[in-house]
Design a binder for this molecule. Structure first.
Ligand code: GDP
Length: 478
């Protein structure tokens, strides 16, 4: 750790010239911008009669917490944050879309609803925040990072399909996270069916309706006709009321990054769910290794917002780099502190990464192969259309030679899913997206596990890259 002569002078409330003169008398010749190491600076300060408090970056981390309002008498009720889970095709997206379109679009005249990862709706009885990424991966990845953002899980079960593997998975996730489950039996417009059967099936997994002595609320809905959805919203609020959800809405804000991407024109953009305090335009923010200043805040219809309080999701412009999804964002009272912490965390991350085993990357595949004796290059390939998928598969397989085999262990049409990512992870494969991108939830896995993901839009470039990588693998390195 170093300090500039001018900064040291500043801390001792003397002019830099004075300090430089004093230092000469101690036998140290220095210029105003010169960096002094901690020991020297300490010695100088002590010689000049100052008590030295050594600066510790860990204290800086701690100060983030210390700077916050922690007066429990200031706790206020806050809206619940809800995640919708359930088996594929049971209607999670439809439900989220129905609620969004009926509750937001019409109210905000002229506003175009955007998918920002979450949205808040107003009902007569109160506000509700919905996380807009259905499915379990987003939920689990947040939990894996130790952040809890979901207060209530709405478990969607299609009445005509009943309890399915992912229904059970969702229950397990909910139980593990200790989040209450409200069951929405969906698609009731479809058949005259028997929800009793679903109740019985769920009982086996410890989801018991209130009328049977349990503590799970059940409601029948149709995401298609909208039947029951107002009741669902009311019941969510009822559940929330029982939970007495509270947060302090004053002081420096804390939130969680739930979406982030780079906009070509505007730079890094992040959706933040505020959990504590008030975030204001102009606030200094820090999230993981990225920091910045809130230049603009908007809501899910692109409306400008000046202040954001707990449970409100907002889109923030102003991060200097892309903040990681699932990381905690803090507002700080000092830009210098934010910058220092960001750099400090970067250094720490780098150290951690060096320690971690490096995964298979196209760039260092040769080393890995030597180390692990792999003689095949495994690929998970996704493409926009069947035609190019087949063409690429064929061309890739032709690259195989006597020493290295190309193995396409997974392929298909469509965006890169979580299953693709976990498949690549489990089989040490690289992932290639041809004219397709990765879902946010898959990106999380890819980033976390440091998988090699490559995007292409020209077949030739794709084949050329792989071919070159293979040549690299083969050519001996001296
Ligand atoms: P997800 O995979 O859980 O997100 O399910 P989706 O929302 O994509 O829905 C799967 C299919 O079920 C779609 O074709 C929807 O139109 C349909 N669907 C969803 N909810 C309802 C409903 O309440 N009634 C009917 N009839 N169809 C529905």
């Amino acid at each position: 750790e170093f300090i500039k002569v001018s900064e040291l002078a500043n801390k001792m409330s003397i002019k830099s010239v004075e300090l430089i003169k004093k230092m000469i008398s101690f036998g140290i010749i220095a210029t105003i911008n010169q960096l002094l190491n901690q020991k020297t600076a300490q010695l100088i300060a002590e010689k000049m009669g100052h008590k030295v408090i050594l600066y510790n970056k860990n204290d800086l981390e701690k100060s983030i917490i210390c700077d916050r309002v922690i007066d429990n008498t200031l706790l206020k009720e806050r809206p619940p944050v809800v995640t919708i889970m359930g088996h594929v095709d049971h209607g999670k997206t439809s439900l989220l879309d129905f609620i969004r379109s009926t509750r937001i679009a019409k109210k905000e005249a002229g506003g175009i609803t955007q998918h920002i990862g979450a949205y808040q709706v107003k009902t007569k009885k109160g506000l509700i925040t919905f996380l807009d990424t259905p499915g379990h991966a987003a939920f689990t990845s947040m939990r894996a990072r130790g952040v809890k953002i979901t207060d209530i899980i709405v478990l969607v079960v299609a009445v005509d399909d009943g309890v399915q593997p992912q229904t059970i998975e969702a229950i397990q996730h909910a139980k593990a996270a200790n989040v209450p489950v409200l069951v929405a039996i969906n698609k009731i417009d479809r058949i005259e069916s028997d929800p009793e059967q679903i109740k019985h099936a769920l009982m086996k997994h410890d989801i018991v309706p209130e009328e049977w002595g349990g503590d799970n609320i059940f409601i029948q809905v149709s995401a298609k006709t909208g039947k029951g959805i107002d009741d669902l919203l009311n019941l969510i609020l009822l559940q929330a009321e029982m939970m007495e959800l509270k947060a302090i809405d004053q002081g420096l804000a804390r939130g969680v990054v739930i979406e982030s991407y780079i906009d070509k024109g505007k730079g890094p953009i992040a959706t933040i769910l505020i959990q504590e305090g008030t975030l204001k335009k102009g606030d200094i923010i820090l999230s993981g290794c990225s920091y910045g200043k809130v230049k603009a805040m908007t809501n899910e219809v692109g409306k400008n917002i000046n202040k954001a309080i707990p449970s409100l999701p907002i889109v923030i412009l102003g991060f200097s780099s892309l903040p990681e999804i699932g990381s905690v964002m803090y507002a700080l009272n000092d830009e210098k502190k934010a910058r220092e912490l960001a750099i400090y965390r970067q250094e720490k991350n780098r150290e951690n990464k060096l320690d971690k085993n490096r995964r298979l990357k196209l760039d260092n595949i040769f080393e890995n192969m030597k180390e692990e004796n792999i003689l095949s290059l495994n690929i998970v390939l996704k493409s926009d259309v069947q035609g190019s998928l087949e063409a690429i598969c064929e061309a890739l397989l032709k690259l195989s030679n006597s020493e290295i085999k190309i193995k396409i262990i997974g392929s298909g049409v469509g965006a890169i899913t979580e299953t693709d990512a976990t498949l690549a992870l489990a089989s040490n494969a690289i992932i290639i997206g041809f004219n397709v991108r990765a879902y946010t939830s898959s990106k999380q896995i890819i980033e976390k596990e440091k998988l090699d993901l490559r995007y292409y839009s020209v077949i030739y470039t794709l084949i050329n890259d792989i071919s070159n990588a293979m040549k690299g693998m083969l050519s001996p390195e001296y």
